[in-house]
Design a protein around this ligand. Structure first.
Ligand SMILES: *Cc1c(COP(=O)(O)O)cnc(C)c1O
Length: 425
């Protein structure tokens, strides 16, 4: 599989039917699984044998789709979660506990910011936010003895800053902790963070992967590269016996390649139960089958809209890493030579009021709390997704109150531009 192209993997990875078996991944719509003997079942509970016993932990439909995403990202193991929020929470909480500390880019999705800044703090997990543009020295200075993870987004939603993955990975590794990268916006079609040193990759599959606004979901992929045992003092959850699982030491029993996802499944899925429904995993797979065909069109439309907006007198500023004038153009070229995504953000000269008027006049672009699907949509983050953030926090995250995020769908770019032109007038 590793030699195959992205398109082949999008279509075929993760599931190979046997003779006479269903061509499409079957939806295993069953909460539970039957065994002949208690001994068979016991082996599953002890993680001595692999198999299924209860869909709160694992389901075959989900596993086939997760295996496809692992193949796309170039990872060794993956799991689906009920949402992108659950994926980021699990990825962090799998290695952090009360008393731990996280270094995170300040330019991240509002929901993730809130998760780390508010909710995880209540669990005794502290955070230091850093600018995605911070120098190596500044990044180093954010680390503490109790730091257990570094976190950022490849292309941040909605600020559209681009993470210097190599730089962040280098600093994280110098401090003996993994780099977790949320790769939702570019998807593995446009960027594979593991190639640049990321250890764990997360996704809100709700976005481009599903691509049709049909199913909320998330995914965690492990690169299999981080050597937990080499930093055993930092990661007791992976490197010492788990009393809640018959004394298994995940990093010993499942190695670098399997420990992280096995622990997240056996402990976190068991205890939190944020499983993706097999129905949603099936819908997600339909999206994945055309991801490599859709992403270039999203990029084409995003670039055309960004170039148009940049020339309009009503527009103060356009953010799109594919624009030559964009601060992140060079770094985006390095990590995403084929373009990043279809999301563009821009500020109207008339501020918040002009933004509201403009959005109300769009005919194709609907006002939605969503991005990254087949239909163009738009949003004013300050009054919706990011309304829990103060104006100061909004500025720090690069999201002025008058910013509009427009997610270019798969329509014809000429129609999108005509729609934006009439709304601007
Ligand atoms: C939407 C989003 C999330 C949260 O995902 P849900 O599926 O909505 O829970 C996390 N990270 C990024 C970058 C997102 O765009």
């Amino acid at each position: 599989m590793s030699n195959q192209g992205m398109g082949t993997r999008c279509v075929q990875a993760g599931y190979t039917p046997g003779n006479g078996e269903p061509r499409q991944i079957p939806i295993i719509q069953s909460t539970t699984f039957k065994y002949d003997t208690s001994e068979d079942m016991g082996k599953l509970f002890d993680l001595e044998a692999s198999g299924y016993f209860y869909t709160r932990l694992q389901n075959p439909t989900n596993d086939a789709v997760a295996a496809k995403i692992a193949a796309l990202e170039g990872g060794t193991a993956a799991m689906l979660t009920s949402s992108g929020q659950a994926a980021n929470f699990f990825a962090l909480f799998n290695i952090c506990e009360c008393g731990s500390h996280i270094v995170a880019s300040s330019s991240i999705y509002g929901g993730t910011f809130n998760l780390i800044e508010v909710t995880m703090k209540k669990m005794g997990i502290d955070v230091t936010f850093v600018s995605p543009d911070a120098s190596e020295d500044e990044l180093n200075a954010a680390f503490q003895d109790n730091t257990r993870a570094m976190f950022g987004e490849t292309i941040a939603n909605p600020a559209l800053t681009v993470l210097d993955i190599e730089k962040f990975a280098k600093v994280a590794h110098a401090h003996g902790v993994p780099l977790i990268v949320d790769n939702t916006f570019p998807t593995p079609v446009n960027c594979r963070p593991i190639q640049w040193g990321a250890d764990i990759v997360t996704h809100s599959t709700t976005k481009y992967m599903d691509g049709h606004g049909a199913a909320v979901g998330g995914c965690i992929v492990d690169s299999g590269n981080f050597d937990w045992m080499a930093h055993a003092d930092k990661f007791p959850g992976l490197c010492t016996p788990d009393d809640s699982y018959h004394g298994i030491t995940y990093a010993e029993k499942f190695g670098k390649e399997g420990a992280f996802i096995t622990k997240a499944t056996a402990q976190l899925m068991r205890d939190f139960g944020c499983i993706q429904s097999p129905q949603n995993a099936f819908l997600l797979n339909l999206g994945l089958e055309s991801l490599h065909v859709r992403m270039p069109r999203h990029v084409e439309n995003g670039l055309a809209v960004a170039e148009f907006l940049e020339k309009q007198p009503e527009v103060k500023k356009v953010n799109y890493p594919g624009l030559k004038s964009d601060k992140y153009y060079e770094i985006a070229k390095k990590y995403m030579p084929n373009g990043g995504c279809g999301v563009v953000s821009f500020e109207l000269k008339g501020g918040r009021k002009a933004a509201e008027e403009f959005m109300g006049k769009l005919r194709l672009g609907a006002i939605e709390t969503h991005v990254a699907d087949a239909r163009t949509c738009c949003l004013n983050p300050a009054t919706s997704t990011h309304r829990q953030m103060s104006d100061q926090q909004l500025e720090a995250a690069g999201i002025p109150a008058g910013l509009i995020r427009i997610s270019c769908g798969l329509e014809d770019k000429e129609d999108l531009i005509a729609d934006i032109a009439q709304a601007l007038k």
